[in-house]
Design a protein around this ligand. Structure first.
Ligand code: MG
Length: 158
């Protein structure tokens, strides 16, 4: 088995929605990014790459490359998971924690889990996604941005 951890942050900027877990969520701000700013999927990509000792998302999708401008991060996730499969590995489970003071995410979690399970070709019961605030503390608490931690366990394809 292989374990991986990913962490990502994006800062709020002008906009009327955020993309999280492939779900478009209306908000009074957007997330600044070269891609669609999906901090949930970026942390998950980094966890998958980390478990395979394949570096990080910046190495595979450099933000200097115009191919990735505004890209749907589900494409990046699909690419990362193809690399996992090339290693003879598959997802056992993922546990994801989103840190956001706003918007409130709990009601969007099932849709995010469904997207991730579809992209990782697994059951929804293999994906856990939870959201927390930071009790108004720190950059998340000041609503300057959103952060996500992701942990994955990969197993050999039998
Ligand atoms: Mg990112």
């Amino acid at each position: 088995m292989r374990i991986g951890h990913g962490f990502d942050v994006h800062r709020f900027g002008p906009g009327d929605h955020v993309m999280l877990g492939g779900v478009r969520i209306a908000h009074s701000a957007g997330l600044i990014a070269h891609s669609d700013g999906d901090v949930v999927l970026h942390a998950l990509c980094d966890a998958l790459l980390g478990a395979c000792a394949l570096g990080d998302i910046g190495r595979h999708f450099p933000d200097t490359d115009p191919r990735w401008r505004g890209v749907d991060s589900r494409q990046l996730l699909g690419h990362c998971y193809a690399l996992v499969r090339e290693q003879g590995l598959q997802l056992a489970n993922a546990d994801i924690t989103v840190l956001a003071e706003a918007p409130r995410l709990a009601r969007h979690a099932p849709a995010m889990v469904a997207n991730i399970a579809a992209d990782l070709d697994c059951l929804e019961s293999q994906i856990n996604l939870k959201a927390t605030t930071t009790e108004k503390l720190g950059f998340v608490g000041r609503e300057e941005g959103i952060a996500t931690h992701a942990v994955v366990l990969l197993e050999r394809i039998s």
